[in-house]
Design a protein around this ligand. Structure first.
Ligand code: PMP
Length: 398
């Protein structure tokens, strides 16, 4: 399957070895076409005008919501369109979180991206809550054996990443959901790194909230989703106030629209939503069983290759079970920015740094790692270039 040629940026230059999809994926022609059609043939604001362009824009925007809902097996009123994972988590931290009382507890983990840490610290400080974090094992997985001691009758929410953006580990959500249910707590999952790797039945996970970003799943930047269980969303007050999210406004007071509109104040990212709908459509047409096998074969090549490099240390699972194709490594004492710069000389785009996961870097006593992330368009030539670049980095910096 040659997916690379469907991505104009990659097809334009065989010398580009894009292994930074964990930060932002590339965008296929099908998504670019959908955005182009909106901007050139349907562009208008949504939910307002009665002229034909306004109606076409509204139909395209709401049609995209249907497509996103269908792809994730959700209902359209459970899909809140946001600007991304960060906005989705902050929405929950305000709308759900402001209902919490002093002394209530929130459990996060040490593996989290800052976007699933900082909003909870801010909420803790606003509401006088207790914030706890599950530790991380040497293998780079959330240590769920600590759940028993950490989850109490005061726990109101457990918030964790489905897949780590640093170690690539996939969390055992069923265990977390069981522990949360036992005390009546809600579960929020940061799915930013899970969604690029194939379709997902979100309601079947048994969680309450699921947040993700479009730009990591072949869609434009600045669009994302908060999926929320209907009963949860209906019980939550709005976060931002303004146009579109209302039922009726007088100078004295306002009544709010039902979800998802209640949480979408102001003019939304219309072309972004249409792009995300198109990305879901594009993803539905792919053979994900074959892609998963190929992604794991290439991940195995990276892990095997790094195992042969003196001084290279992988931060994350060394096997292929319960992991995605995100591989982080340290190279002796070399600074990850220096490693990434040498890789760039080989045409290899890799992320170097703390990956917005400083507590996890502290856990492994590292200032950062170099990270290669694998996508459906990754090919053997990309892995060859990566391993050649790592070898040069070792010689120059090791
Ligand atoms: N969580 C994880 C696991 C991520 O990898 C990222 C993006 N690096 C985010 C959250 C934040 O996503 P965004 O910047 O799109 O809001």
């Amino acid at each position: 399957m040659n997916l690379r040629e469907q991505f104009p940026l990659l097809a334009s230059d065989p010398g580009i070895h894009y292994l930074d999809s964990g930060a932002s994926s590339q965008v296929p022609q099908a998504v670019l076409d959908a955005v182009h059609t909106f901007e050139t043939a349907q562009r208008a604001n949504v939910h307002r005008g009665v002229h034909r362009l306004a109606e076409a824009a509204t139909a395209a925007y709401e049609g995209a919501r249907y497509e996103i809902a269908a792809f994730f097996s959700g209902r359209r009123d459970e899909i809140v369109l946001t600007s991304g994972t960060t906005a989705a988590i902050n929405l929950v931290a305000h709308s759900f979180g402001d209902g919490l009382k002093p002394g209530d507890e929130i459990v996060i983990t040490e593996i989290e991206h800052h976007s699933n840490i900082v909003p909870w610290q801010m909420l803790r400080d606003r509401r006088g809550l207790v914030l706890k974090a599950l530790p991380v094992t040497v293998e780079g997985r959330i240590d769920l054996s600590a759940l028993d001691g950490m989850v109490t009758k005061k726990t109101k929410l457990i918030a964790l990443a489905h897949c780590s953006n640093v170690t690539g580990a996939v969390a055992d959500l069923a265990k977390v959901v069981a522990a949360a249910k036992a005390v009546g707590a809600a579960v929020l999952v940061d799915g930013a790194q899970r969604v690029p790797h194939g379709p997902l039945d979100i309601p079947a996970l048994g969680v309450d909230f699921y947040a993700f970003s479009g730009h990591k799943m072949y869609a434009p930047h600045g669009i994302g989703v908060l999926w929320g269980k209907r009963e949860r969303l209906e019980a939550m007050p709005p976060f931002l106030g303004g146009g579109d999210m209302i039922r009726h406004v007088t100078i004295e007071k306002t009544t709010y629209a039902p979800p998802p509109t209640r949480f979408e104040a102001g003019t939304p990212n219309i072309s972004g939503a249409i792009g995300l709908g198109a990305a879901c459509r594009w993803m539905s047409g792919l053979d994900w069983k074959a892609i998963a096998q190929e992604e794991m074969r290439l991940t195995g090549r990276v892990l095997d290759g790094l195992a042969k490099v003196p001084g290279a240390r992988v931060v994350g699972p060394l096997g292929l079970q319960q992991r995605i194709g995100v591989v982080s490594f340290a190279l002796g004492q070399a600074h990850p920015h220096d490693v990434a710069q040498i890789l760039d000389r080989h045409g290899v785009a890799c992320r170097g740094g703390h990956h917005c996961a400083e507590p996890l870097m502290d856990r492994f006593d590292l200032m950062g790692t170099t990270r290669a992330s694998i996508a459906p368009y990754t090919e053997d030539a990309d892995i060859d270039a990566l391993l050649e670049g790592v070898d040069e980095a070792r010689r120059l910096l090791g």
